[in-house]
Write a protein that binds this ligand. Structure first.
Ligand SMILES: C[S@@+](CC[C@H](N)C(=O)[O-])C[C@H]1O[C@@H](n2cnc3c(N)ncnc32)[C@H](O)[C@@H]1O
Length: 241
């Protein structure tokens, strides 16, 4: 897998992109159309430069790799939500999962396919809030990294149930996100997840199996994160959004 060339020029291009993207419609939140317009614009205006996609590491998240290390799969199904340029999805496939990955941006999906031409992954352009019906309750592992934290207001309200409904009976949900203490005001995006929000997955029929709190350092900044795993019982009755 290719790694981002974090040299001075890459960092300069990323900083410039962040500044430009912050001025575009939908950058600071909004409804489904507003945010979709912005995410589409991020990928469409990047012109193939990964430095211009602010979250693109061009490598899977280490915390995903660590979690997968002792959980080799034998063809179980996995779904990667908001897959961007595909690195996390490729890590799921490399661990043995029959992986589907989707993003609302058709450009992101084309880009992921181009980066990984031999990939066994079914990359799809799809919207979390209007997914193919056959995905409901269909995946042994659902992986969500950094999508919820990019949503606000009504979209975020609905995001928890939209994600949880993909988990098959007996299946697991793995969430990786920025985190914050309860009551923390954040001027996102991103808007870190607080404990009461994470607890919503329990109300959606999932049982929390593990949580791992960690920090990501960006220069002087220390950014709290969480990796958490839930499991659905075997009596999944179907969960609407
Ligand atoms: C902050 S990025 C994270 C990308 C990737 N998961 C990662 O960890 O690098 C959020 C991604 O979710 C996608 N996204 C946002 N809203 C979505 C929606 N409603 N349906 C599908 N994808 C969505 C965006 O296009 C973007 O690629």
């Amino acid at each position: 897998m290719s790694a981002a060339p974090w040299d001075d020029d890459f960092i300069r291009r990323r900083d410039a992109a962040r500044e430009r993207l912050d001025t575009l419609f939908g950058a600071k939140g909004g409804n489904r159309e507003d945010r979709s317009t912005w995410f589409d614009a991020v990928y469409d205006t990047a012109e193939g430069d990964p430095a211009a996609v602010p979250w693109a590491d061009l490598a899977p998240k280490q915390e995903l790799i660590d979690w997968l290390a002792d959980k080799a799969a034998a063809g179980e199904s996995a779904l990667d939500i908001g897959c961007g340029l595909g690195d996390n999805a490729e890590a799921l496939a490399a661990a043995g999962y029959r992986t589907t990955a989707f993003d609302l941006s058709a450009t992101a999906i084309q880009w992921a396919r181009a980066r990984f031409p031999q990939s066994p992954i079914g990359y799809r352009a799809a919207n979390l809030f209007d997914p193919p019906p056959e995905w409901i309750g269909a995946f042994d592992l659902v992986h969500e990294c950094y999508t919820l934290q990019a949503l606000h207001g009504e979209l975020r309200e609905n995001g928890f149930a939209a994600i949880a409904r993909f988990v098959a009976p007996g299946g697991r949900l793995l969430v990786i996100s920025r985190s914050a203490e309860e009551g923390t005001e954040s001027s996102g995006p991103p808007w870190p997840l607080v404990p009461s929000e994470l607890a919503r997955f329990a109300a959606l029929g999932l049982t929390c199996e593990e949580t791992f709190a960690y920090e990501v350092r960006r220069g002087e900044r220390v950014i709290p994160h969480i990796r958490a795993v839930w499991r659905r019982g075997n009596g999944y009755p179907g969960q609407g959004v």
